[in-house]
Design a protein around this ligand. Structure first.
Ligand code: UDP
Length: 425
């Protein structure tokens, strides 16, 4: 079995962030990181691209390095069967009613053992993300990777509020072997979890990444044209994986209702296909069916070369950005759009409620009809859209930029005290 895949990373400089973040932030990170200089940190997740965790780590790990830690990121190796099982587990933990049996557990555990024995190196902190790699902790015991002094951290990015009990009870003993678990919201933490250190920290976005850099309007317009979108007509946009929880079909329905009030409205649905998400193609087909040949609905993905620059341009081109999730751990796309000064209409779910201040930077909605009505409201009132955009940008600057995540982690790694849910703020 070969080693886990090591992800190549860009280099980042902390001082480059000084102009965008709150005053004093960079100094505070340096202060917190000083006692951790040279500490070896390994992050492990299930995919190098597509989805929020990969997006997050692509910035977080270089920032830890810039702060003087020796940080690394490795991706576990799976098979189609393994990712099928982990996607079922992911759906079940987010509340779906799915079949889960001993065969699923066996597939999961066999692949986990392979990954555990492939881990190499010596680390002071090992941070595993989401359920896919969580049981690795169990299977490195006694193995040469198991450095007794290392702290093990499990970072949960999903909402376990309505977790399927059978599946959660399978994962819970593995989670409880960690020294610390980290959650986006306290309400996501199941009551049954027995752990001394349970920490709250929201994910965050990189203001200097290609996805979020400022773009000139002519470039944005040209990018739209190159995909057949008319930048002179109103645009509604949702960026997300093709996944049931993101409700892309609901977005198409909301678009159709909204278009009756906003003539010429177009919809961009852009979503990448992640390697650990076998459902993507199926939901893409469902969207194709719902689109029914409508020439004003643009279904786009990385298969049409839609990458970070295109996503950046589409989010900027939109008169309203939508994230109509039915369940959402955080939804980085919301902060990405707010940071670009776009008003956002989002499902009143999980981490979206941390980001959109209802009626201040956008609207939280509970249905297709409400989503459509709020989009119409924003698209028909330029002054409100502008006000929402300004408020959203400021909120993200204060709360959800990646410098905050680096500061949070540095602080958390050195706090020995025991507590239940505690914010890194
Ligand atoms: N994303 C992308 N291309 C796409 C679709 C999504 O780059 O075609 C990015 C998106 O900009 C965001 C991340 O993937 O940074 C999705 O993260 P989010 O937290 O919104 O959702 P998740 O996929 O983790 O559920």
């Amino acid at each position: 079995m070969p080693l886990l895949e090591r992800v190549p990373l860009l280099e980042k400089n902390l001082s480059d962030y000084a102009e965008v973040v709150e005053p004093g932030t960079i100094e505070r990170i340096r202060e917190l990181a000083a006692p951790l200089a040279g500490a070896r940190v390994l992050h492990v997740n299930a995919t190098a691209y597509g989805g929020g965790v990969a997006e997050l780590l692509a910035t977080h790990v270089p920032l830890l390095r810039a702060a003087g830690l020796e940080a690394d990121w490795q991706v576990m190796r799976g098979t189609d069967e393994f990712f099928h099982v982990t996607k079922s587990a992911h759906n079940a933990l987010q509340g779906a009613d799915i079949e889960w049996d001993l065969r699923d557990e066996r597939v999961y555990l066999e692949r986990t053992v392979d990954n555990a024995t492939a881990l190499e190196g010596e680390y002071d902190f090992v941070v595993l993300h989401d359920p896919q790699p969580v049981a690795i902790r169990e299977f490195v015991r006694g193995h040469r990777f198991d450095n007794n002094g290392a702290k093990w951290i499990w970072r949960c990015h999903i909402d376990l509020t309505d977790a399927n009990p059978r599946v959660w009870e399978f994962f819970r003993p593995y989670v409880e072997q960690y020294d610390v678990s980290v959650w986006t919201m306290p309400s996501f933490v199941p009551e049954s979890l027995e752990m001394d250190r349970v920490v709250q920290a929201p994910p965050c976005i990189d203001p200097l990444s290609v996805k979020n850099l400022d773009l000139a309007q002519p470039f944005v317009d040209e990018m739209c044209r190159s995909y057949g979108v008319d930048p002179g007509r109103p645009i509604m946009c949702q960026v997300s994986r093709f996944d049931p929880w993101k409700d892309p079909v609901g977005v198409i329905e909301a678009f159709r209702i909204a278009r009756e009030e906003v003539p010429g409205l177009q919809l961009i649905l852009a979503g990448s296909m992640a390697t650990d998400d076998p459902e993507g193609f199926h939901y893409w087909e469902l969207c194709e069916e719902a689109r029914a040949g409508d020439r004003d609905v643009f279904l786009l993905s990385n298969l049409q070369q839609v990458g970070a620059v295109q996503i950046n341009a589409f989010q900027r081109a939109a008169g309203v950005v939508v994230q109509k999730s039915l369940r959402e751990g955080f939804g980085l796309t919301v902060s990405e759009a707010l940071w670009k000064g776009r008003p956002v209409v989002g499902g009143r779910r999980g981490g979206i409620t941390l980001q959109i201040e209802d009626g201040v930077s956008g609207y939280l909605v509970d249905s297709v009809d409400e989503c459509a009505a709020r989009c119409v409201e924003i698209l028909s009132d330029a002054e409100t859209a502008r006000r929402f955009g300004t408020a959203g940008h400021e909120h993200v600057r204060r709360e959800f930029l990646s410098t905050r995540g680096a500061r949070g982690l540095a602080a958390s790694l050195q706090r020995p005290e025991r507590h239940r849910v505690r914010s890194w703020r």
